[in-house]
Write a protein that binds this ligand. Structure first.
Ligand code: PAF
Length: 280
């Protein structure tokens, strides 16, 4: 595996490969877990070469403490990537990738940016849009892989490539879960033992909400989820929303033929966890 710590070194390494190879790209913020590895394996199956980026992007954090405490495990990540025969690791500094101007650009994504994460994390999707667009310009892959755990991010990135006519296929990959159902996330490593034990309640509640959604109205299911968390002593619900999978607009009434997902954000102490589930 070639480790590129600068943008120029990655560009040089890829320049003579582009014409004759397809390139799969998995952007990450590091602290790699099985969920990331499954994206990388999917990229390996469908491409000649795979690039993984590790960059904790400051402009997508609305909370300074969260940015400071975000796990950084480059050495461990590098050996994991070597172990699965990844071809390129791109791990630039902030000054390098942002060309010494660490700021996000303002984006509109047809309203997708105002829902859920956009409502609760000011500027988050401007930061994501800025870094992903920059990464796409540098890596210029054939295919790029994103997990459905960040379903809203995935929809926004599809919109980004459509808006800017970026010739990259965006591939969404299923959520990878721990045995007890907790969606894999780099943030899980920061949970206290108590919160780690309680956190599977999030997915358990989503699964029950899905069953209820077969027979009950969206607002009844919504009320039920809120009630579950009001009664929970250790987890604090930030939002639960039932939304259309394409528009991400919250619904209060189901329409025949439409597809919906339940989206949730929960605080386990200071750690914010998100998850989602297809409801129909
Ligand atoms: O999903 C993530 O890890 C990040 O939002 C991404 C896509 C790597 C951009 O920083």
């Amino acid at each position: 595996m070639l480790v590129c710590l600068t943008t120029q070194s990655l560009k040089n390494a890829l320049s003579d490969k582009r014409k004759s190879h397809t390139i799969g790209f998995v952007p990450t913020m590091g602290a790699l877990h099985e969920g990331h590895l499954s994206l990388i394996k999917e990229a390996q199956r469908a491409n000649d070469l795979v690039v993984v980026s590790i960059f904790v992007n400051p402009t997508q954090f609305d909370n300074k403490e969260d940015l400071k405490k975000y796990p950084r495990t480059l050495e461990q990540d590098t050996s994991l990537l070597k172990g699965i025969n990844c071809d390129f690791l791109y791990a630039p500094s902030a000054d390098d990738i942002y060309q010494r101007n660490i700021r996000s650009t303002k984006y509109t994504f047809g309203g997708l940016e105002h829902a859920m994460e956009g409502k609760f994390r000011a500027g988050h999707f401007d930061g994501v849009g800025t870094i992903v667009k920059r990464l796409f310009e540098i890596v210029a892959p054939t295919n790029a892989y994103f997990g459905e755990k960040d379903f809203q991010q995935l929809q926004i990135i599809k919109k980004l490539v459509a808006n800017y006519k970026i010739p990259i296929k965006i591939v969404g990959c299923k959520i990878h879960r721990e045995k007890d159902g907790l969606a894999m996330s780099s943030r899980n490593a920061r949970l206290s033992q108590r919160h780690r034990e309680e956190a599977p309640f999030i997915y358990k509640t989503l699964q029950e909400a899905k069953l209820k959604f077969e027979k009950q109205s969206a607002s009844k299911v919504d009320q039920w989820v809120h009630q579950q968390f009001r009664e929970h002593p250790h987890l604090e619900l930030e939002y639960f929303e039932i939304a259309h999978i394409k528009t991400l607009k919250t619904i209060s009434r189901k329409r025949k033929g439409s597809k919906y997902r339940g989206f949730i954000a929960v605080f386990a102490g200071k750690i914010r966890l998100i998850d989602n589930i297809a409801l129909n």
